[in-house]
Design a protein around this ligand. Structure first.
Ligand code: PHB
Length: 389
């Protein structure tokens, strides 16, 4: 009697336990780790909004599975990113890891993606070597070498021969500095000084004073998304433009998230990048309009487009693999995707798992009452130059 009772209890318990497991089979989980607070919070806000827009436009059922987005705030501290990724893989059993606002956060999670065979979609971080941190990494953002080389080809042809570089002192900044400088020298230009500022709480003033003394034709800047407005403000306050020093850089400095508030002092700044909210395609116009409508008029920046396209890559991979075959099948279906993005054409190189895309040269102009990065030239289908080394 007692025994039968126990068996019944065991059966009931196992049914109870089995139920969530059954339901789980029909759920496809995306663990989206982003800096939602702290210095990089604008990146988190932009990417979360873009991922949600993608889901609102494309539904939350793919290959018969319910897509669930689990957003976690890593405050852009890599130890936190690592812990969250571990929890998402072990406890939540996510099918994909995504997001990664800064390079150290992406690097910290590479080994977890490899060990658990979980595809990891890097939507923001942009140091060239990130894709080598795990064979499970696919990138939908950009690389700093991609953006920097195009500008170093443009500058000497346009009267900018002597350039001082100023970059944030970590992965993407060091990539930007190296690839910009090498290409400038190759093109017969000069880079008399390369300055690096700390990533956390940078004070640009002493560096700008040094640049003023060196009096180059231009100052090339890389700072991560969210820090551009501070650089622009101090550059103008010190009257650098008045003494004939131009500001140039990768498009991170004239970030669409902040550009409109930078004031007319930003007009004329030339940058190179893969995305402008002013990109004149029908697809981008729709993207910008619907992003704004869903987010109190917010303008999408290059981080948003990395998140939006990352969701596209995940959805398409789920569709093609029909939700079968786990992480490896999903990863295989991510490689080689080719599609139109709001940024223009892009594809995921199957060999490198990195993005190949157009890099545009843009100038800040006032258009329809707003400050925009207006594209005036394009280098087509640029592969990451960092991969050739
Ligand atoms: C990075 O940490 O890789 C990073 C962050 C922000 C950017 C670009 C690169 O705008």
């Amino acid at each position: 009697m007692k025994r039968r009772h126990l068996t019944a209890l065991a059966l009931a318990t196992s049914v109870l336990l089995a139920q969530p497991a059954l339901a789980q089979d029909n759920v496809f989980k995306i663990g989206l780790i982003l800096p939602m607070t702290g210095q990089q919070a604008t990146t988190g806000r932009q990417i979360e909004a873009a991922a949600k827009l993608w889901m609102a436009q494309n539904g939350d059922t793919v290959a018969g599975k319910k897509v669930q987005l689990i957003v976690k705030d890593d405050t852009s501290l890599p130890d936190v990113t690592r812990r969250l990724a571990q929890e998402l893989v072990v406890n939540d059993k996510v099918n994909v890891l995504a997001g990664f606002g800064i390079t150290p956060s992406a690097m910290a999670v590479g080994p977890i993606a490899t060990q658990s065979k979980t595809p990891m979609v890097v939507m923001a971080a942009a140091t060239s070597s990130i894709t080598e941190a795990s064979p499970y990494i696919v990138r939908t953002s950009f690389t700093l070498p991609q953006a920097s080389v195009a500008l170093a080809d443009w500058a000497p042809k346009n009267g900018i021969k002597r350039v001082v570089t100023l970059v944030s002192d970590y992965g993407p900044g060091i990539d930007a500095e190296r690839f910009f400088k090498d290409r400038m020298l190759f093109n017969g230009g000069q880079v008399p000084e390369s300055l690096r500022v700390p990533l956390r709480n940078p004070d640009f003033a002493p560096f700008l004073q040094k640049v003023r003394d060196l009096k180059p034709d231009a100052l090339f800047v890389f700072v991560p998304s969210g820090a551009g407005a501070a650089v622009m403000k101090q550059f103008l306050e010190r009257g650098m433009d008045k003494v004939g020093i131009k500001l140039i850089g990768t498009g991170d400095v004239t970030d669409d998230d902040q550009l409109n508030d930078m004031g007319d002092g930003a007009i004329g700044v030339v940058t190179s990048h893969h995305y402008s909210a002013y990109h004149p395609s029908a697809m981008n116009k729709k993207f910008v309009a619907e992003f704004g409508k869903a987010n109190k008029g917010m303008r999408p920046n290059f981080m948003a487009v990395g998140g939006y396209d990352g969701m596209r890559v995940i959805y398409e991979a789920l569709k093609v693999s029909k939700g079968q075959g786990g992480g490896d099948a999903l990863l295989a279906a991510m490689k080689g995707q080719i599609f139109e993005s709001p940024r223009g054409p892009m594809f995921i190189d199957a060999q490198t798992r990195d993005v190949v895309q157009n890099i545009y040269l843009r100038r800040v102009e006032r258009k329809e009452g707003q400050l925009h990065n207006v594209e005036f030239d394009v280098v087509k289908d640029v592969k990451d130059p960092g991969k050739a080394r």
